[in-house]
Structures are given as C-alpha cells and as structure tokens.
Design a protein. Sequence first.
Length: 250
Amino acid sequence: MLQTAAARSTLGGTFKTRFEVIPALNDALKDEVYRLRHSVYCEDLHWEPNRADGREIDAYDAQSIALIMKHIGTGEYVGCARLVRPSVADPAALLPFESFSQGSQDPAVFDFASVRREQVAEVSRLAVIAKYRRRQGEARRAAPASGDAFGTEHMPRFPYILIGLYLGVVAIARLHGIETLFVLTEPRLADHFRRLGVEIRQIGKPVEHRGMRIPSVMSVSDIIIGLNPYVRPMYDEIVEAVKSAYRSYQ
C-alpha cells in the first residue's frame, strides 16, 4: 500500500468524490439495501431463494442497523452491510455468527460473558453489486476479498468499496456506543484488516458457512486508535457523512 504523504492526504478527498456511505435510516433506504442484497445473495450467488418482491430480508433485520454505499457519479447503490445488535426483547438470544459457530468458539481465547450485550454487534450481509466483483476469483463472493485487492508493490490500488463499507460500519458502531464487533470472515480478509492497522482476533475454529469462515472479534476503540494513517482521512470523511445523515434525520 502506498504510504506517501500525497497518497495519505488525497485518499479521503478521492473517496468523497467517488462514493458516499449512507446509514439506512428510513424505509426508502432500507428498501434499497434489501434490493441490493437480493441482487447479490439471491440472483447472483443463489445463497438465498429468490423472493417475489425482489427484497432479501431476514429475521435479524428488525434488530439491525444497515448502511448503503452510493456511487457519486452515477447515483447507483453499489454495496451495503449491516450491524446486527442483540434483541431488545431477549438480549441473551444468539447473534447469527453465534448460531453458525456453536461448538467452535474457544472460551479460553474470548470470554463472551466479559462483554456487555448492549455494546456488541455482528457485521453481516456485506454485499457489493456484480459489476464491482468481476475480477478473477471474486464473482462468487458477496464482497471482493481476493488476496490481491490492494494490488502489488509496482501496481498498487485501493479497494474503496470494501474498505468504505467496513469503515462505515465502524463509524456507525461508535455513534451507537457499540464497542465489540463480531464477524464470520474469510481467512484472507483478516490480512486486509491488518493492512489497515486493524487487529482482528480469531475466537474459534473455522466453520463452513458459504465457504470457510473464521469467527473473529474486533474492538471499535482499538480500530480507531490503530487505524493506518494512510486510511485515516477516508475514515474521517465517512464519519462526517454518517454524522450529517443522522443530523438530517433527527
């Protein structure tokens, strides 16, 4: 990844001119999220059955905070993600990853009883539309996470959509007082996080869920403190956009 002063200073501005991260705070935006997920999870990947209304919705959406990314030039929605929070009615009810990875979690590595349930969430339903997943090896993934996403030393590039979605999740988590993020992640995605200065810790054995996935945990505070200086301007732009959206909604 480039580390020049010029690259650091322009990354945030470049992202701002190309993409916008938007919290799905109203029904119209939530509908766009569900339609985008349907195009990826149902029509492209066939991980979920096609729905007559063209919306991919599950039981966890009622307790989730969703976000969507828009391409500035075209106005097209290109990616989305959500934060699944514990149920208000039943805080002890399992999050999706807890259900999928039961028996694989290692209590010696992470003590679930040590975190307050109201301060945790799971990152899930990350999706990027087909035209941005068409490089070799990415078409069968919901979001591009190939090993060469950052390019090479001689031909670097930056995965704006994927990283923008994750930074948007972090920004929204901080606004909602969420401190601990769980994720079922592809093994190679952990390397992407490390390049950003993010510590992601494996908390259980790999499980099979639409491919091999690793149950992992991240600290929101640690992410923000340790964020690579190269990426910080981009995160700052996303934070301002997210805060502006919440102010407009109130």
